[in-house]
Write a new protein. Structure first.
Length: 484
């Protein structure tokens, strides 16, 4: 097992993509599987999530024992390992033995490369390098014990990237170094404090559309994403369009919102806290959205759950013509600078949203009449014993949480997160220059104190760097050994 580490912005994802291109050139791409701990990170490298690849349930337990599907695979690369818990790491590794038909071999006999930065976001639960916890019966949790054994006994090579590629100025590099170490010089602290942006709107800051606001909670993100399209329409004069999800009982009769709120243990739309019982999407052409529910084919087009895309149209054609739309007034939350905005509601049914994908190469297939980087996203239909529901599984992406931002490179960032748990570091390290980020909260000395690194992580990095020295020594001696 090889561990591939580096700070945020050192180019870990680029190295993985370069390796994938190398494998494609040699005709062995089908022998390699790419994975990551989150959907966004997996989409960046054209892979799948760890849970999806190792066939784990949401609770982190295997659910497909006995099915052999990876017997032809040689290598597995896992990105953003810092957000993968010890229990899920061990459970996935254990199930790989069944999926590869190689019981008794670590990871089912696959060569494994773990990539990430342990100074970024930590998982819910123990990290892969932690000591296994004890359950209520006083015994060690099985999968945590297995994961700990693999980590402590199978790391035989380490490579660390040290040169920042994303960051292009020394001022930002000094801020990022201070956030990682918790040591702020007076000049760095002053520079950090000067990036404070006072919010005069009360709800959503009046920033450029290029800014991605990063918040601590999904509730804050949803509030921002609900208001942002309306403010964009007011400021630019562009039209907004609304698509409302359809919910009916099995006989086809529309369901009352009160009934919906009872049938769903969580709100209808995206499983978020304040999505509301009657979901809808307000959007404009060119708006950036994120795709959810995992209904896009990752291995075919390289885009999966959590991926970003741009709305460029709808199907059928003519559904958004002014003649087929009506105007309605939308009340924005109290406290917002602008209270109302005009929305055009499509009258004719829409079957697909046209999404422009950020792909670096043509897909293996394309739709007739559409550019190679445009994907028609269909309605996601869901049926239970009580009702039927249809919706487009997308939402605005002018705001997100640090977990959705980790791994991305963003044009501009407005950070409203706490300095604890490395959240502020993750938010700021998404940009290239110090001018590209602002703080929506004042940075104080108390915040600087929260940036001190975890002593356990310091010890792990020291151990990994000692293994790296041995790895580099083997690489240096390899040509001589080969000649001898």
């Amino acid at each position: 097992m090889m561990v591939f580490i580096g700070e945020g912005g050192t180019g870990k994802s680029h190295v993985i993509n370069a390796f994938r291109c190398f494998a494609r050139g040699w005709g062995i791409e089908d022998k390699i599987r790419l994975s990551a701990s989150s959907g966004v990170a997996a989409a960046l490298i054209g892979g799948t999530t760890w849970h999806g690849l190792t066939k784990l349930t949401k609770q982190g337990k295997p659910h497909s024992k006995g099915k052999v599907i990876y017997d032809h695979i040689y290598m597995l690369i896992v990105d953003e390992i810092s957000m993968l818990s010890l229990s899920h790491f061990g459970a996935g590794a254990d199930n790989l033995q069944n999926l590869c038909a190689r019981r008794g071999e670590p990871f089912g006999g696959l060569d494994v490369v773990l990539c990430g930065d342990f100074s970024q976001l930590e998982p819910v639960g123990n990290s892969v390098f932690d000591t296994p916890s004890i359950n209520a019966r006083g015994t060690t949790k099985r999968y945590e014990l297995h994961g700990s054994f693999l980590w402590n006994n199978n790391v035989n090579a380490v490579v660390e990237l040290v040169e920042l590629k994303r960051c292009t100025d020394k001022a930002l590099a000094s801020i990022l170094q201070a956030l990682r170490t918790g040591v702020f010089s007076p000049s760095v602290f002053k520079l950090m404090s000067s990036r404070y942006y006072k919010n005069v709107d009360g709800v959503v800051p009046s920033l450029s559309p290029k800014h991605t606001c990063i918040y601590d909670t999904n509730k804050q993100v949803n509030e921002h994403n609900f208001i942002a399209p309306h403010l964009h329409a007011i400021n630019t004069g562009e039209r907004l369009f609304r698509i409302t999800a359809t919910s009916t009982d099995l006989s086809g009769q529309p369901l009352d919102p009160a009934v919906l709120s009872i049938l769903y243990s969580k709100p209808v739309l995206f499983g978020e806290e304040n999505a509301g019982p009657v979901p809808h999407i307000d959007f404009y052409m060119g708006m950036t959205v994120s795709v959810h529910q995992g209904n896009m084919c990752v291995e075919t087009i390289g885009v999966g759950n959590g991926s970003h895309a741009c709305i460029v149209g709808v199907l059928p054609k003519g559904a958004l013509d002014p003649e087929s739309c009506i105007e309605l007034q939308v009340q924005l939350p109290v406290g917002c600078k602008h209270r109302t905005s005009k929305v055009l509601k499509p009258m004719s049914p829409i079957t697909h949203l046209l999404l422009q994908l950020p792909l670096d190469a043509p897909k293996s297939f394309r739709y007739h009449g559409l550019p190679w980087n445009v994907y028609p996203l269909p309605l996601m239909k869901r049926k239970t014993s009580n009702f039927k529901h249809a919706q487009f599984p997308v939402r605005g992406q002018s705001a997100c949480t640090p977990h959705k931002a980790q791994g991305l490179t963003l044009q501009k960032v407005a950070a409203a997160v706490t300095a604890a748990e490395n959240k502020l570091y993750v938010a700021i390290s998404r940009v290239r220059r110090v001018e590209d980020f602002v703080l929506l909260k004042q940075f104080t000395h108390e915040d600087a104190a929260k940036c001190r690194p975890n002593t356990k992580i310091i010890k792990v990095l020291q151990d990994l760097r000692s293994v790296e020295q041995r790895t580099l020594k083997r690489i240096h001696n390899f040509p001589q050994a080969a000649v001898g």
